[in-house]
Design a protein around this ligand. Structure first.
Ligand SMILES: NC(=O)c1ccc[n+]([C@@H]2O[C@H](COP(=O)([O-])OP(=O)(O)OC[C@H]3O[C@@H](n4cnc5c(N)ncnc54)[C@H](OP(=O)(O)O)[C@@H]3O)[C@@H](O)[C@H]2O)c1
Length: 275
């Protein structure tokens, strides 16, 4: 039995679909099973990673676990998995572990690494799905506001992270660390332009003062993390990063491009097209 946490999320939802397609028995947890909208073949158990006592039923008979990184709250879930006899954990981590701002992810990796279970860490770059947050701005007037528009990253399609996760669940290699990127280095401004071209509308990226963006970030990040994230982004201005071959090596197919990601998310962008 494989247990998928974060199953309604960008990555977890794709893991569920791939595991079902491979004929695996899948159990998932959701804090509210009524809302998670998973396929009928999935056994959904109400549980919360931050409340380990709720995990007992979900973990019964589970051999392999895809673990969503509940920041600051994962130790209890890891301990519960050990008690339940889970053998292998595939942890969603982040490339941010190489920056100081990645501290919450480093703590998640540490909890899993010290658990005694065998593990695989997934360290993806920025998710392409982050750009879904631009939809309201694109729908309004096609102008996406932000800071450091020329900052490049090599964003990754959530399906590719899921594909690497599924390979790691089905063919266990203990201690593997998969750093995962998409196929091309793209700045924010380039991605906004590509979205406009694909949607057939005028779009552009517009710089706003760093302090304005920082103030918004402080609504959900600490000062030190916000400053580190902004510093990393600033350091990526005009930098062309190197795409990693991980997705192709692990899955046997190349990672999806940003243009393919846009096409896969047409339904979410449809309200923009109707304007
Ligand atoms: N965005 C990026 O660029 C990026 C890059 C590298 C790594 N990451 C990592 O990826 C994570 C996001 O993954 P994602 O996009 O696949 O997820 P997501 O779309 O943000 O969805 C969150 C998922 O986590 C579940 N969840 C949240 N809190 C939970 C809790 N206390 N107990 C049980 N389940 C809980 C939710 O389940 P229910 O609501 O159904 O319970 C939902 O399925 C980030 O948190 C970050 O750590 C992100």
């Amino acid at each position: 039995m494989i247990l998928v946490t974060g199953a309604s999320g960008n990555v977890g939802r794709n893991i569920v679909d791939e595991l079902l397609a491979a004929g695996e028995r899948v159990r998932a947890i959701a804090r509210d099973p009524q809302k998670c909208n998973l396929p009928g073949e999935v056994e959904v158990v109400a549980a919360d990673l931050s409340r380990p006592e709720t995990l007992q039923r979900a973990l019964r008979g589970v051999e392999r676990l895809y673990l969503w990184p509940a920041f600051g709250e994962l130790q209890g879930a890891v301990d519960a998995a050990v008690r339940a006899g889970v053998q292998h954990v595939v942890l969603l981590s982040s490339e941010a572990v190489t920056y100081a701002a990645g501290e919450p992810h480093i703590a998640c990796e540490k909890a899993v690494a010290e658990s005694g279970m065998s593990w695989t860490f997934l360290r993806p770059s920025a998710f392409m799905s982050n750009d879904l947050l631009w939809i309201p701005q694109i729908a309004k007037d096609g102008v996406v506001h932000g800071v450091y528009g020329s900052a490049s990253m090599i964003p990754i399609h959530e399906r590719d992270i899921a594909a690497v996760a599924v390979k790691s669940l089905l063919s266990v290699t203990s201690g593997a660390i998969h750093s995962i990127t998409g196929p091309q280095s793209l700045s924010q401004a380039e991605r906004v332009r590509m979205l406009g071209e694909a949607l057939g509308i005028e779009t552009r990226f517009e710089e706003v003062p760093r302090e304005r963006v920082r103030a918004q970030m402080l609504l959900y990040l600490s000062e030190s993390v916000a400053d580190q994230v902004l510093a990393v982004r600033a350091s990526m201005r005009g930098v062309v990063g190197e795409a990693l071959p991980t997705v192709e090596i692990v899955t046997g197919r190349p990672p999806y491009t940003y243009a393919e990601w846009i096409a896969h998310h047409e339904a979410e962008f449809r309200p923009v097209l109707q304007l």
